[in-house]
Design a protein around this ligand. Sequence first.
Ligand SMILES: Cc1cc2nc3c(=O)[nH]c(=O)nc-3n(C[C@H](O)[C@H](O)[C@H](O)COP(=O)(O)O)c2cc1C
Length: 446
Amino acid sequence: MIRFLRSKMTSLAESVATTPAQVPRVPIPPKGVDYRGKIVLAPMVRSGELPSRLLALHYGADLVWGPETIDRSLIGAERRVNPRNGTIEFTRMPSNGGRVEKAAKPSVIYRLDPVREKGKLIFQMGTANPDLAVQAAKVVAGDVWGIDVNSGCPKPFSTSGGMGAALLRTPDKLVSILETLVREVGEPYQIGISVKIRILETPELTEALVTRLVRTGITGLTVHCRTTPMRPRERAIRHQLRMVADVCHKAGVACLMNGDVTSRDHGLKLMEEYGVDGAMIAVSAEANSSCFRSEADGGLDPWRDVVYQYLKFCIESENRYGNTKYLLNMLIPGKVKEFKDAKQSKTYADVCRRLKFDDLVPAAMQLDEILDLTQKQELGDGEHSQAVSKAVQNAKENNESARAAGGGSSRPAKSNTTSTNNATTTTVDPSVPAAAEVSQQSSVAV
Ligand SMILES: Cc1cc2nc3c(=O)[nH]c(=O)nc-3n(C[C@H](O)[C@H](O)[C@H](O)COP(=O)(O)O)c2cc1C
């Protein structure tokens, strides 16, 4: 009788384990977000600053990843609320290269909007060390809804530091980083920890890695469907995707797919086809963020409408002008006259006038004052113009390199002098790069 009852209970247990309702789920912490059913903006150095994230949300992105930020650049950063727009800024003092003639102003390393990004923002970190990861994560953990570890950056200066794609080859270290973050940041701050990986050469290798990662307590895993050596222009390969999703699901972890997803509708179709929980979009969003709007809701907006909205968010967020110009380069089609106009512009007021966004001009002029851009423009064709054309040239080079972010091999010349939101800084301590330098490095590394 006892044996009969035991066997009955065993078979009952087996059937319960396979019932969809009983599929395990890593609980989503109260301040965290579930990645399931979401079409999200990918982490993108340079292209993923606050105005771009607001633009993606404006057009319907469900969640937004911030650009990869290196752990060391955040440790010791100060948190302040910008009194003019309410954004939260993490800043640190640049070393100023030991120069005394120039008063140092704090550099903004990371900026977020606590209202418009509420419940939507995932912070992404570059790290190779559990202790540094925890220290850095604690700086922002109270202001974001998840912390993601970049484990896909293929560039040598990232991988040589053991970060990014190097972590795919050191699974013990990656597991330790994730477990430590879950325990020391995820639990006390009640947010989710996740990881973004690339596929490995064979399904077996990928499966072995993912099987370990999903046991760390993470709530989500994003898989970029390219191997580390693949260049970004090579088509994403999807034959490992269903397997990765299955491994995630067995452990109750949400699985996002990434690689050549072009729009919300495309993402939803791929989710159904491959059984993944959500989709992440990078370059298509960089070119036109209205890709987050479904055809049923109007589909792609014309570039002028997207650029108008983007500039509005840039002005509201007090975005660094160099960064704004960088993304304008992506958003305005190369063949239209306005492309050149935007490229030649030197201030917010200048670009708004050139693009005939007259209603934005008053606010643009105010921001130019705040960012000291007016004064720079008044310097005319002298020293500053040369500096600007050099910066534009650098931006062009970086632009190409950033596009190679999925695994291209080119690397731009690295400058020690970097322009930040409020000040031009020169870094002297190589172990703690200034924010913009980190950004510049990362932009070619991810
Ligand atoms: C400009 C640029 C910057 C990027 N920065 C990051 C980053 O900070 N962190 C990261 O994990 N991936 C980064 N990537 C890679 C993307 O997140 C994404 O994995 C890749 O572009 C593939 O998606 P896609 O095919 O939709 O472009 C970057 C890509 C680009 C184009």
